[in-house]
Design a protein around this ligand. Structure first.
Ligand code: FMN
Length: 299
């Protein structure tokens, strides 16, 4: 029987579209009935960002407040597989990604349906995936696979280069010195390998063992340092979000938040990670291994 697969996503910069296009190629070659739906907020986020708008997206991202989406046209009411591709914003689902999932139509489609999540991030997606797991569970969906593509450069470097990309709109080298921002062209092109794997499991009508297979192929690489940041930062973001959303002078507080974030990212995080590497890391290899396995899995 011809399988029906829905690819559902939002992409502001076009990077996630490229990732989806690479992933979908083996499905198309195999003649699977593929439907690509690139959703759009009614009031889309202009790209490139201004600094004000970039930080202004924090409270609604962290508090998962959806915004209205343009009508999404689905040919079917039921699919054999849904590939939900998304990007994290502020360690949460991006506002458009969260808004897609908040629609009744998508909730109906997800119910009792196998779902593969495909992430295109800078490097911190663990917390957003935890949130997504909950949303999928509530919708009655069955998460069968996850693939996470990231910027492989060092954390502070990728933070500088992503800000250059977001504020200038060009995914190119900052000052001609820094590496290109975001997910590398090579990793984007390699996504078709994961697409092939998911397709093979779809065709045998059994997704058992899919995640293990994907992990062995390098679809989910976990960096211990980021687990530490993602353990601490979401709580702080939540405090900021709850505080700022209630303020009348939101704009002024967002400026304070901006400097807090830059300080945390470029000063506090390297110190915390260095102290951790010297004092704690040598004694916590076992628990780090266990946590990595957890994040590579689907539970
Ligand atoms: C407002 C904003 C916040 C972001 N926060 C995160 C984050 O917390 N973690 C992360 O890995 N990437 C983060 N990113 C990068 C995005 O996940 C994504 O990779 C990038 O914006 C590419 O855009 P696209 O997926 O819309 O094409 C953020 C980007 C934006 C615009």
């Amino acid at each position: 029987m011809n399988k029906k697969v829905l690819f559902l996503y939002y992409s502001q910069t076009g990077q996630l579209s490229e990732i989806v296009n690479s992933f979908v190629a083996p499905f198309m070659e195999a003649g699977v009935s593929v439907e690509l739906v690139r959703a759009k907020p009614k009031n889309d986020f202009a790209f490139p960002w201004t600094s004000d708008r970039f930080f202004d997206a924090m409270p609604e991202s962290v508090l998962a407040i959806p915004s209205a989406m343009e009508k999404m046209d689905f040919k079917e009411t039921k699919y054999d597989l849904v590939v939900f591709a998304y990007q994290p914003w502020y360690l949460s689902l991006s506002i458009p990604a969260n808004s897609i999932l908040a629609t009744d139509e998508v909730k109906r489609i997800l119910k009792d349906t196998p779902v593969v999540t495909l992430i295109g991030a800078r490097n911190m997606w663990l917390s957003s995936q935890e949130k997504l797991k909950k949303i999928l569970k509530e919708a009655g969906a069955n998460l069968v696979g996850n693939i996470a593509l990231v910027d492989r450069n060092q954390n502070s470097i990728s933070a500088i280069t992503i800000l250059h990309w977001m504020m200038n709109g060009k995914k190119d080298s900052y000052l001609g010195i820094f590496p290109k921002p975001g997910v590398s062209d090579e990793d984007i092109s390699n996504t078709k390998v994961f697409g092939k794997t998911v397709l093979a499991f779809l065709q045998k009508e059994n997704f058992d063992g899919l995640q293990k297979h994907l992990t062995n192929q390098g679809a989910v690489e976990i960096v211990a340092d980021y687990m530490i940041i993602e353990k601490l930062a979401p709580r702080l973001f939540l405090i900021w979000a709850n505080f700022i959303i209630k303020r009348k002078n939101r704009k002024a507080w967002l400026v304070v938040y901006k400097y807090y974030l830059l300080f945390a990212l470029f000063i506090v995080a390297p110190i915390v990670l260095t102290v951790n590497a010297i004092l704690f890391r040598p004694f916590s290899e076992k628990s780090i291994r266990a946590k990595k396995l957890y994040y590579q899995g689907l539970k």
